[in-house]
Design a protein around this ligand. Structure first.
Ligand SMILES: Cc1cc2nc3c(=O)[nH]c(=O)nc-3n(C[C@H](O)[C@H](O)[C@H](O)COP(=O)(O)OP(=O)(O)OC[C@H]3O[C@@H](n4cnc5c(N)ncnc54)[C@H](O)[C@@H]3O)c2cc1C
Length: 1002
């Protein structure tokens, strides 16, 4: 807690501050104006707020009157039902009733543009400079920022950088003529010490592929353009601040700053932003100060609370990462005060920019600076342009120096910034909202945040719910956390594990039958597809003899395994999950080398395998309890499940651990015994399943590992009369062949074979005319080319509406051009080698077909060694073309131009497959239409269409994509069992025991 004497001074100063601005309101909360009304309505009505902010987001892409009218209706209803705040403008214009949309269009357009202008100092350099000069006349310094959110290509990064260069060129001819702020007798510096030119940059807008997975590459690529801007800023004796963005890029940005700083050790006017809402900042700040001392350089820190709180919490929750931000608002306030003090204590080496609109925070900084006797030239205050006008006036009066953060530029990137500001100001926790829109008690607003934290924590503890329990007393199912490359230890683990795995390459792998390792004379090497001379392992191949032995072993293990209690069977899966979890990085490294998965893709495959184990274990515990059906008294009907017998599990190479483990663990936990055939090219990964199940103590014969040549043993396995169930994932041709062969009954066969069959896809993503291309372009690229397009869920057709076709393609191709193709063990490579030479040949053939059917929009370069095929984008494709109909299973993307959304949906549905699909649209009606009419097993709206998660996106398709099963879904295990019902008449001599749930006569 702040010492009470200081705290009293802070509160006193805060009160004084409030009294000097009493009666004033920031323009945002002025209910006399349209924006103030919208803000007021948004704070009272959450649904309206969401619709309004979403509308603001889509607004720049509504480029025709019709699009605008349609969206107004879709977002806000018919004019008669509209909230008055929207229709008032039209009513005032006297057009109510008959305006038919046109007036409302105009009113909304004008008002939203006005709203954006509130926060943006100009739409171009000239206008921005003119307005900043006006601000200077009123006594405000500026820090200018070019709006830039998502940069998707080298070209866009250059445009962003060049705008800065143009800005700096324009400033160069003018800034020296500006009268300095304050009367300190130095013509060149504001307040006697501060450069007049002050520029902020968003580092990730300077490199389109910034990604912590490729930490070094991202740092250097950003730095390349930062250097050019910095050089020019320095020529103007200006100040350059590197803004902080989302947590994902925090360490990259810090590193960029440090490297830049060391290039200009004597130039003090280089700053960075730290975010007090990040828990890490309590370590990052002292580390940065120490670094500065060690390197004998002076630095500058702008401390903010942080602008991405909602994003950070949602992302962390979605990926099961530790939440990187404080979760009690006052914790961020307290962290701010703590960190501000530390910066002020180091004022000799660190200049401080206090960026806050919170009067308590500002007062605390003022009082701490006074207590620590920090001179005025070592700290300053900053607020955002367009916000908190009374606060900025108050600061100017008290401190005499304040800087406004002035973004400028186009409306489109401006909307992301505008939405953040609207959210910030309407958040319940916002100091400005509480002070100026809700007139909260001043005492409360000025309270020491540590006191608030304690009160909040106590209130939360009182509300804490008891921990939830899942089936069998286990924790409820949770998805395994994704790899988190913001963590240096996760980043370091991959090269380390890849090096360790490399030491083990080339070993021989036996079969595993009846709990014993079995060698066969026939062997097959598995190689690194990026370097085929590198043998990953040499694997014994099962012939019909060995497969026969495996089936026999499974058959003999079956009765005991069937009779093992479901909850006990589930425990083996839980143990297996723990083993895979312990080995997650090592297992991932094997995937990088054996099948060419990128680091994140490899890790995701292992975590999906863990998810299947955890999920099916819980599902089986639930299903394992007989269920009473019907409640008539005197009768007990019990519905329960029994396994089918021997299951042949035939797995693909593209998710070598996840799909294999998913199918096998479902069969096993349901009580079946498995004969597992991995793909020949990923049999070493298949062997890891042996290791995992063996360590988990699974009884002999329950899991048998029989890699082999499909041509030698495939039919034998499928035809065996002792096999009752076949779980297969792979191509449609083989899937249909299995279904066909399995229909035949052989002598001695006891069961009709059950087939669980996942086959191919020809998945489309539709890009609507109002889609957010900043999102759509990277997601389509990732869906089409992540793991070289070799996922059954991958996007292989993108259907783009005519209105946005050119823009979308231009951005997609430019982004594709920025990517690199090469071995996946190097995280700089976006795309790696395809599975094997056969795949390479087929894909290249399809690319040639595509080139004849359409025209090449982009074809990447490829390394000379390895099974690489170019990233290929082909335009001019029509639904009847082969590359729009046939599954390619590789990095070839067909692009189709549709005249409208109806046609796009028709084309999307026009293949024989129905696996995944995607739509990027901000039209509520089109999204609803897609839900109804885009008939695929997994439809993704406004996101990539790969990466289904167990339990959250149960996966599988229909038509020729599969038999309608959903891996990782609540009914998957039912396909591996037969239901039985036992009915007992409990009435004896007219007497029936009473059951709790009997339907007795009332
Ligand atoms: C000059 C300037 C430059 C800026 N540059 C950046 C930048 O580079 N990067 C950046 O991210 N932001 C930047 N910002 C934006 C800044 O992060 C927000 O304006 C600021 O967080 C608002 O804080 P406040 O003290 O004004 O208001 P307050 O109302 O006191 O604080 C609001 C803030 O509290 C935090 N918060 C809200 N709810 C919770 C919760 N439940 N638990 C914990 N914390 C919570 C959030 O950070 C929220 O923004 C900048 C702001 C200014 C003024």
């Amino acid at each position: 807690m702040m010492n009470s004497e200081l705290n009293s001074k802070v509160v006193g100063r805060g009160k004084e501050f409030f009294s000097t601005i009493s009666g004033e309101k920031p323009s945002l909360f002025n209910k006399g104006a349209w924006m103030g009304k919208v803000m007021d309505w948004s704070m009272k009505n959450e649904t309206f707020k969401i619709q309004m902010f979403r509308f603001v987001d889509v607004f720049p892409s509504l480029t025709t009157g019709k699009l605008l009218t349609d969206h107004i209706r879709e977002y806000f209803g018919e004019e008669k039902d509209m909230p008055p705040v929207l229709s008032t403008g039209a009513k005032v214009a006297g057009m109510l009733g008959s305006f038919g949309g046109a007036v409302l269009n105009k009113v909304l357009t004008t008002n939203i543009q006005e709203m954006a202008r509130q926060f943006v100092v100009g739409e171009n350099t000239k206008e921005a400079i003119k307005n900043m000069e006006k601000l200077r006349k009123d006594g405000f310094a500026f820090v200018v920022d070019v709006l830039g959110e998502a940069t998707l290509s080298e070209h866009e990064a250059d445009v962003y950088m060049n705008t800065y260069l143009e800005l700096l060129d324009s400033l160069k001819s003018q800034y020296q003529d500006w009268k300095p702020l304050g009367n300190y007798g130095n013509a060149n510096l504001d307040w006697g010490h501060a450069p007049k030119v002050n520029v902020a940059i968003k580092p990730t807008a300077l490199f389109c592929l910034a990604n912590p997975q490729d930490f070094e590459g991202s740092v250097e690529a950003i730095l390349k353009r930062v250097r050019i801007i910095a050089k020019k800023v320095i020529e103007l004796d200006g100040f350059l601040c590197i803004d902080m963005e989302s947590y994902r890029h925090k360490d990259i940005i810090l590193e960029v700053y440090k490297r830049l700083k060391l290039e200009y050790p004597d130039y003090d006017q280089l700053g960075i932003v730290l975010q007090a809402y990040l828990v890490d900042t309590d370590q990052d700040l002292p580390a940065l100060l120490k670094w500065a001392r060690d390197n004998k350089v002076k630095i500058s820190i702008r401390l903010v609370k942080g602008a991405y709180w909602d994003y950070e919490t949602v992302k962390a929750k979605q990926n099961d990462w530790k939440i990187p931000v404080w979760t009690i608002k006052a914790e961020s306030d307290a962290a701010y005060e703590r960190q501000a003090r530390m910066i002020l204590e180091n004022a000799d080496i660190c200049h401080f920019a206090c960026a806050s609109h919170n009067i308590r925070t500002i007062s605390a900084v003022m009082e701490m600076a006074r207590e620590l006797k920090v001179s005025d030239d070592r700290y300053e205050f900053q607020v955002l342009y367009g916000m908190a006008e009374p606060v900025r006036k108050g600061i100017l009066k008290v401190a005499g120096r304040i800087r406004l953060y002035c973004p400028y530029g186009d409306m489109v990137p401006g909307m992301g910034y505008l939405v953040r500001r609207l959210l910030e100001n309407t958040a319940n926790e916002s100091f400005l909202r509480q002070s100026f829109a809700e007139d909260a008690q001043i005492e409360r607003l000025l309270e020491d945040p540590i006191v608030t934290v304690e009160r909040e924590k106590a209130a939360r503890a009182a509300k804490q719910k008891p921990e939830e329990k899942g089936p069998g007393g286990l924790k409820p199912f949770f998805n395994e956390a994704m790899v988190d490359f913001t963590r240096a230890d996760h980043r370091a683990e991959f090269p380390k594990q890849i090096a360790a795995v490399r030491q083990q390459l080339g070993k021989n792998y036996p079969l595993f039958i009846g709990g014993k390792e079995v060698k066969s004379a026939d062997t097959l090497p598995s190689v690194n597809p990026a370097k085929p001379s590198e043998v990953v392992g040499v694997i014994c191949q099962a012939g019909t003899k060995e497969v026969g032995e495996a089936i026999a072993a499974a058959k003999s293990a079956f009765p005991a395994w069937r009779d093992t209690a479901p909850a006990d069977r589930a425990q083996y899966l839980i143990k297996a999950a723990a083993i895979a979890r312990r080995r997650v990085f090592e297992l991932s490294a094997w995937q990088v080398l054996e099948i060419g998965k990128q680091w994140d893709q490899a890790y995701a495959d292992v975590t999906e395998a863990i998810d299947f184990l955890e999920y099916y274990a819980r599902e089986m515990i639930k299903l394992g309890k007989p269920k009473r059906v019907g409640n008539a008294p005197g009768e007990l009907n019990h519905y329960f499940y029994e396994p089918k017998g021997v299951a042949a599990v035939i797995a693909p190479w593209n998710f070598p651990l996840a799909i294999g483990m998913g199918m096998a663990s479902a069969a096993i936990v349901a009580g079946n015994c498995v004969v597992f055939k991995p793909s020949g090219i990923t049999s070493v990964i298949g062997w890891h399943m042996v290791e995992i199940f063996r360590e988990a103590g699974l009884p002999a014969g329950v899991f048998n590992y029989t890699p082999g040549r499909g041509s030698v043993m495939g039919d034998y396995l499928v035809d065996s009369p002792d096999v009752s169930l076949i779980a297969f994932t792979g191509s449609m041709e083989i899937g249909l062949r299995i279904i066909d062969r399995a229909a035949k009954v052989y002598p001695g066969q006891e069961n009709v074979k059950k087939i669980v069959c996942e086959m191919g896809g020809k998945n489309a993503i539709i890009i609507d005319d109002d889609a957010d291309l900043d999102e759509a372009v990277p997601h389509v690229l990732y869906s089409a080319f992540g793991f070289q397009g070799q996922k059954c869920s991958a996007c292989s057709r993108v259907i783009v509406l005519d209105a946005v076709y050119d823009k979308f393609i231009e951005r997609l191709v430019s982004m594709a051009k920025a990517t690199l193709v090469g071995p996946s063990e190097d995280p700089a490579n976006y795309m790696g080698a395809v599975a094997d030479d056969k795949a390479m040949k087929t894909i290249l053939e399809y690319a040639e077909i595509g080139k004849k059917e359409g025209h090449v929009l982009y074809e990447s370069k490829v390394p000379s060694e390895g099974y690489f095929v170019p990233m290929t984008i082909i335009g001019g494709i029509k639904p009847e073309h082969r590359i729009a109909q046939e599954e390619i299973f590789g990095p070839v993307l067909a692009v189709m131009r549709a005249k409208d959304f109806d046609q796009a949906i028709e084309w999307a549905n026009s293949t024989k497959f129905a696996l995944t699909g995607g739509v990027f649209s901000r039209s509520p009606e089109h999204l609803a239409q897609a839900r109804r009419e885009f008939r695929v097993g997994n439809l993704y709206l406004n996101r990539n269409n790969t990466g289904a998660l167990v339990g959250r996106q149960p996966f599988g398709g229909s038509r020729m994509s599969g038999v309608g099963t959903k891996a990782g879904g609540p009914d998957y295990l039912l396909h591996f069992m037969d239901p039985r019902v036992v009915t007992e008449n409990t009435m004896r001599r007219g007497f029936a025991p009473v059951e709790e749930d009997d339907d007795w006569v009332a």
